[in-house]
Design a protein around this ligand. Structure first.
Ligand code: B12
Ligand code: SF4
Length: 480
């Protein structure tokens, strides 16, 4: 059996003209993970295609079964590939966040759809296919376990094409319930955890000294996080990952993270406005403590990629200037700005839909860089343009110097990353266009203009980190 696994390009992550040059790209874990689960008895030949590296020519693909992973922003490209492959008689399986959120939509372009995590269902599906009894849908079971799984087949990707292949994960899902996060809707709030010794064995076997964890929230379960950090200490690695601001409240955990080699964290600060944070169910973020937290991280030698989201219901037109000024004054190493995106099926999408505020459903623009809904206290154009201004303000030479002078953590790395971000901040329109799209989708949705977002050097999707348990305030409360 010949199996091809494909990660389609999107406007940001693509081979030509995208914003992820080799120096910012890291090897995709989804494809290598799925490759590892192919049952050995099928004796399948497996090939991986990452369209961030090279475009896939569907008319030339030679495989019996093609598995495509998709997020919302690259769903149109994935569907286009799927339709063309199916027209050639190939069997196409779709899986990943977007088919998990909208399985019925995905089913229109696939022979089978895998909903949720696929540790059990993907091997089952392949055995069914081999026996000629493929089902239309495979659902993640309640008894999912991440123990005893084979390690990702990182050997199947050409390492030279990536900044790093040292990409790992210890956990899946997150215990929080942020209104606009995909994770609780797609995968539920129970966190799945790999046994710590298996994570460590994977890192040792790979021989990584510097690595990335792509876990949604490494500190979702502080006890597990503590065990993991403890076990990392003897490895003497430097690692980057994602966490919530709650790590700063747990002094011992922060201390342990630093001792385990934590060099940088991505955190969703989201907003300086308590009302907005409460409404998005991220009330545990305390803007009053942000400055102190940044200083604390710096004292521990940890850089911060601090992510803010614009367009929350408390935001007024002065939010951009205020937030950018704050990011500079607080000495955030790498500030990052996203536009709130109501990903399909999330509570945020449902609420905005009920309020008649969704502007369109062109999934290509659901990427945290475009306005796809009507904000409450400004126009879509003001939101789009304000977001761009914030990037420029934060990455002026003066602002970079001011932030880095006070942060003083890994100055060389930070400077390089900041100069990269500055380049993108000043070339947003150049990098973000949808004109490459073969299917000829509308490049702009109603009220949306084209703006690009710099890619993180550590990694990470804006909007990933939005957690909270605050009391929603009255709709319309502002921090203006
Ligand atoms: C790594 C990552 C990236 C990398 C991806 C490239 C790379 N080299 O890895 C980079 C930094 C480029 C990136 C960028 C973006 N990302 Co991103 N990213 C992630 C992240 C953190 C990890 C994904 C991962 O590797 N997981 C580990 C693997 C093993 O798990 P998995 O992918 O979920 O796969 C499992 C199942 O889903 C399933 N499965 C998945 N695909 C398939 C396919 C088949 C055929 C089958 C059978 C099963 C299957 O099986 C796997 C095993 O169980 C996730 C969050 C997360 N932790 O899930 C966000 C996430 C996928 N990203 C997201 C977003 C929004 C973005 C950006 C739009 C953000 C931005 N504005 O920059 C961009 C878009 C880039 C683009 N494509 O154009 C969202 C997607 C939401 C959505 N509905 O679209 C996520 C879910 C984060 C979130 N909570 O919102 N991202
Ligand atoms: S945004 Fe972050 S903290 Fe909130 S639910 Fe998603 S992963 Fe968890």
């Amino acid at each position: 059996m010949r199996i091809a696994l494909v990660s389609p390009k999107g406007p940001l992550y693509r081979h030509r003209g995208g914003i992820f040059p080799r120096s910012l790209r890291y090897a995709p874990l989804t494809l290598t993970t799925l490759a590892a689960y192919v049952p050995p008895e099928l004796q399948a030949r497996v090939e991986l295609h990452d369209e961030g590296i090279a475009d896939l020519e569907p008319d030339r693909l030679d495989a019996d079964l093609v598995g495509i992973t998709l997020i919302t922003g690259n769903a149109p490209r994935a569907y286009e590939l799927a339709d063309r492959l199916r027209a050639r008689g190939k069997t196409v399986v779709l899986g990943g966040p977007h088919p998990t959120l909208l399985p019925d939509e995905a089913a229109g372009h696939a022979d089978a759809v895998v909903v949720g995590y696929a540790e059990q269902t993907w091997p089952e599906l392949l055995r069914d296919f081999s026996a000629g009894r493929l089902r239309r849908r495979y659902l993640q079971g309640p008894d999912l376990s991440l123990a005893g799984l084979p390690v990702p087949r990182r050997d199947l990707l050409d390492r030279r094409r990536y900044m790093t292949s040292a990409v790992f994960e210890a956990t899946r899902s997150c215990a929080h319930d942020c209104e606009f996060c995909v994770a609780p809707t797609a995968w539920g709030r129970k966190q799945y955890q790999k046994p710590v010794e298996e994570v460590v064995a994977d890192i040792r076997q790979f021989g990584a000294r510097k690595l990335l964890f792509v876990d949604l929230n490494l500190v979702s379960d502080p006890r597990y996080a503590a065990r993991l950090f403890e076990a990392l200490i003897p490895l003497k690695v430097r690692w980057y990952g994602l966490a919530t601001t709650l790590i700063a409240l747990e002094r011992d955990l922060l201390e342990l993270a630093a001792r385990s080699g934590c060099a940088g964290l991505l955190m969703g600060l989201e907003s300086l406005c308590e009302a907005s944070l409460g409404q998005t169910r991220k009330g545990f973020n305390d803007p009053e403590r942000y400055r102190e937290m940044v200083a604390d991280l710096h004292r521990h030698g940890i850089s911060l990629m601090g992510c803010f989201a614009f367009g929350l219901d408390g935001d007024t037109p002065d939010v951009f200037e205020k937030t950018a000024r704050f990011a500079i004054e607080a000495a955030i190493d790498l500030p990052r700005f996203a536009i709130v995106t109501p990903f399909p099926a999330t509570p945020l999408h449902r609420r905005l839909e009920a309020e008649g505020r969704i502007l369109h459903r062109n999934w290509e623009l659901y990427d945290a860089q475009h306005v796809v809904f009507r904000p409450l206290h400004m126009t879509p154009e003001e939101l789009q343009q304000g977001h761009e201004r914030a990037w420029k303000q934060t990455y002026s030479f003066g602002a970079i110097a001011s932030r880095l002078w006070r942060a003083r953590v890994a100055p060389q790395v930070s400077l390089a990353a900041n100069l990269g971000y500055r380049f993108y901040a000043r070339n947003l329109h150049r990098f973000y266009t949808c004109d490459w799209f073969l299917g000829g989708a509308e490049p702009l949705g109603a009220g949306a203009s084209v703006v690009a977002a710099p890619a993180p050097s550590v990694e990470v999707p804006a909007g990933v980190h939005l957690a909270g348990a605050g009391e929603p305030r009255g709709r319309g409360a502002t921090c203006g």
